[in-house]
Design a protein around this ligand. Structure first.
Ligand code: PLP
Length: 472
């Protein structure tokens, strides 16, 4: 059968589309209003047999896909951890996709490996880390966290890598977290055969921070009971409230008890670039691994997470496996496939390099400072109102709060605030999310978008108050 040549692609159309989008992402409703199933229903049941003109595909992208998009780049996106893509990084993504590198071996693209090594050193320096850390790029913090826990398990010298974790006498391994630790750690424990029941929730203090005394007791108690402590996970910037576990004191416990300390600073870690927030990573030199997510609060588009480790040899011991067809004679080079599960790796360092160069470290710091200042101002507006209340300390750019109708009990307030959130989001003007704090439903406003201004935050506050006033 005769092969048809792929139709021409008019890249200028795409460039114009992206430029128009970035000129004003708020031209779109922040949250997609499509009904469940609507996007799928607009698509044919089978793939096309014949190639189609590029213009037609792009038209369907606009007609079918774009209405189903929730716009993380919209300046009034305040949900989850608000993030946004720096246009320079989007350009880098296009170039990375064009080159279609699989950055697994140094020789499969020396520039991909070496740019990763250099940008990792740049990032370590910006975060104030000592030269003793090695950074490696993964897709997400979930995978970076899994990789760190796999290394912690290997460091126990139980030879699980070779002999497996079943069919022989092994101690029960324990991982220490708090109720505020991100769920990916528990998932990692599932995947690594540690088991959810061995993920121990250490009590927290009134500001939702791990209590080092309780941690010490838990580790010692477990040892006395025959368990084997495997890893402690401290969080700098927890997902619900951005509480900051006391890493210096936790590191002391980890050192005294000889347990691997992993620090999850996926969101807040980036702020350590700012001198006034440098203390966020205080005590980090006592940790074994650290995760920060440039794709959260450094304007690098999904996905790019960094795992820093003190001893990269443990990662290699955990993951390196070189079949003949991948063996090389390249000598003293880094082959990043040896540091994790993934073989083919995207050329992610390119977008990090573009962002660091285009915004500059100071440009990034200025924006992070502005986000924190906006969140603090918003918290001030909430705290000043009698029928609103702040529900958690807000050291960074996230504020947890609720509307408080007089005389209402917690249960009523939960329902009221859930309705209030739905009503505010239904305006299509803003998008916020929620969490639960001490069992109470909390509205959560997160600021992290390159384009968010004071007017946007003021608009969110106005909408929330209007909705509350409308007695939803
Ligand atoms: N760690 C923390 C503290 C988080 O808040 C999140 C996600 O919000 C993660 C890890 C997981 O991040 P990722 O989506 O990169 O896996």
């Amino acid at each position: 059968m005769k092969q048809t040549a792929p139709a021409e692609v008019d890249f200028a159309l795409i460039t114009r589309w992206i430029e128009a989008y970035f000129a004003d992402p708020s031209a779109y409703p922040v949250r997609s209003a499509v009904e469940p199933g609507a996007v799928a229903a607009a698509l044919p049941a089978t793939a096309p047999e014949a190639g189609e003109p590029f213009e037609r595909i792009l038209a369907d992208f606009e007609r079918i896909v774009v209405p189903g998009i929730t716009h993380w780049n919209h300046p009034r996106f305040f949900a989850y951890f608000a993030t946004s893509a720096a246009p320079a990084a989007v350009a880098a993504e296009a170039l990375a996709a064009t080159l279609d590198v699989k950055a697994m071996l140094w020789r499969t693209s020396p520039a991909a490996t070496e740019l990763e090594e250099v940008t990792m050193r740049w990032l370590a320096t910006l975060l104030g880390l000592s030269s003793g850390w090695t950074g490696i790029i993964y897709d997400t913090a979930s995978i970076a966290g899994f990789t760190a826990l796999a290394a912690a398990r290997e460091a126990l010298d139980l030879n699980i890598r070779e002999l497996g974790a079943s069919g022989r006498e092994l101690p029960r391994l324990r991982v220490y977290v708090t109720e505020h630790t991100h769920s990916h750690i528990e998932k990692a424990a599932i995947a690594l055969g540690i088991g959810r029941q061995n993920v121990v929730q250490v009590p927290t203090d009134a500001a939702f921070r791990m209590r080092p005394d309780a941690l010490r007791d838990a580790v010692r108690g477990d040892r006395a009971a025959g368990y084997r402590p495997c890893a402690i996970v401290a969080t700098v910037g927890t997902t619900s409230t951005t509480s900051i576990d006391p890493v210096p004191a936790i590191a002391e416990v980890a050192r005294a008890e000889r347990v691997w300390l992993h620090v999850d600073a996926a969101y807040a870690g980036m702020a350590a670039m700012v001198p006034e927030f440098r203390d966020l990573l205080a005590g980090i030199e006592g940790a074994d691994s650290l995760v920060v997510n440039p794709h959260k609060w450094m304007f690098v588009p999904m996905d790019l997470s960094v795992l820093f480790v003190r001893d990269p040899a443990v990662l290699r011991r955990t993951f390196a496996l070189v079949p003949e067809y991948l063996s090389t004679t390249d000598g003293a080079v880094t082959n990043f496939m040896d540091y994790g599960l993934q073989l083919g790796r995207r050329f992610r360092a390119l977008k990090l390099w573009f962002v660091l160069r285009h915004l500059g470290a100071e440009g990034i710091r200025t924006r992070l400072r502005a986000h924190v200042a906006l969140a603090q101002e918003f918290a001030g507006w909430v705290a000043a109102e009698r029928d609103w209340e702040i529900l958690a300390p807000h050291p960074l750019s996230v504020v947890c709060f609720r509307h408080r109708a007089a005389e209402a009990g917690d249960e009523e307030l939960d329902a009221l605030n859930a309705r209030l959130l739905d009503a505010a989001n239904a305006t299509g003007e803003v998008f916020l999310s929620h969490t639960k704090i001490d069992g109470r439903y909390a509205l959560r406003l997160a600021i992290g978008n390159l384009r968010t201004t004071r007017d946007d935050v003021a608009a969110a506050w106005h909408i929330l108050r209007e909705c509350a006033g409308a007695r939803i």
